[in-house]
Write a protein that binds this ligand. Structure first.
Ligand SMILES: N[C@@H](CCC(=O)N[C@@H](CS)C(=O)NCC(=O)O)C(=O)O
Ligand SMILES: [Fe+2]
Length: 234
């Protein structure tokens, strides 16, 4: 039996996921946020979880991860996409690499570049954790961290949209209070993708004109070391 808990950070609108195996109490955490570390640790203690791996979908630009501290506190192993250059993560995930925890729980990492060059999505049972590759009725921006709207279109349409239609989509963020979707619904209703060619998609992404994330200059360097910021220079 498996269980999922979704934690929300209302400052950065980030979702953190706790994937649990009920037989063994082993668990995996995806995209933890620094300011939510205490409540996450409380949940882990309350449920008596043994955290095996802490995963990042990418090096985030809008908040600082707690992955480094979480690993230190729980003895978990950090696993991050190989092409995100998160140098102190013990496992550098390659495309299609699998992580096993609990009793036969398998997570498959899929390289889905576009939001950032290294971004990955994680498949578990009938769910996919898409990070900022695919959001509900949207997608991550492509204008920094070697992003590419052409690559993002290919990752979504050639990789994520080939998963079964009833696959549950758990995004890295939602700015409108939605918690989950399905591949079928995103194929049909996502305004950036439904019925859109790559050229249409690129034109949409070129015209978003979004302001830079407020924390990008602190968050990206910190997240390249799992949020373990060095205080030596301060
Ligand atoms: N206003 C937010 C913007 C955050 C932002 O740009 N987030 C990225 C993900 S790291 C994104 O792709 N957002 C998609 C969107 O805003 O539609 C902030 O300052 O942090
Ligand atoms: Fe992001």
């Amino acid at each position: 039996m498996s269980h999922l808990m979704q934690q929300f950070d209302e400052v950065s609108f980030t979702y953190t996921y706790i994937l649990m195996d009920s037989d063994t109490h082993e668990a995996v955490i995806i995209d933890p946020v620094d300011t939510k570390l205490n409540s996450l640790i409380n949940f882990v203690n309350e449920k008596k979880l043994n955290i095996r791996f802490v995963l990042e979908t990418h090096a985030h630009a809008d908040h600082i991860t707690s992955a480094g501290n979480l690993c230190k506190m729980t003895g978990a192993i950090a696993a991050t996409p190989a092409h995100c250059n998160i140098t102190n993560a013990e496992i550098q995930l390659e495309d299609h690499q699998q992580l096993v925890f609990g009793k036969n729980q398998v997570i498959t990492a899929i390289h889905t570049p576009g939001h950032t060059a290294g971004s990955m999505s994680f498949i578990w049972n009938n769910a996919v954790f898409t990070g900022d590759t695919l959001l509900i009725n949207g997608c991550g921006r492509t204008d920094f961290q070697s992003g590419s709207s052409q690559e993002l279109y290919k990752s979504i349409t050639e990789k994520l949209f080939t998963l079964p239609d009833d696959t549950i989509v758990y995004p890295g963020h939602d700015y409108r209070g939605k918690k989950q979707s399905t591949i079928g619904d995103e194929k049909k209703h996502n305004p950036r993708l439904a019925g859109k060619t790559m050229d249409d998609f690129v034109a949409i992404m070129d015209n978003l004109n979004l302001p830079k994330p407020k924390l990008i200059d602190q968050a990206v360097p910190a997240n390249l070391s799992l949020g373990m910021v060095s205080h030596a220079a301060e």
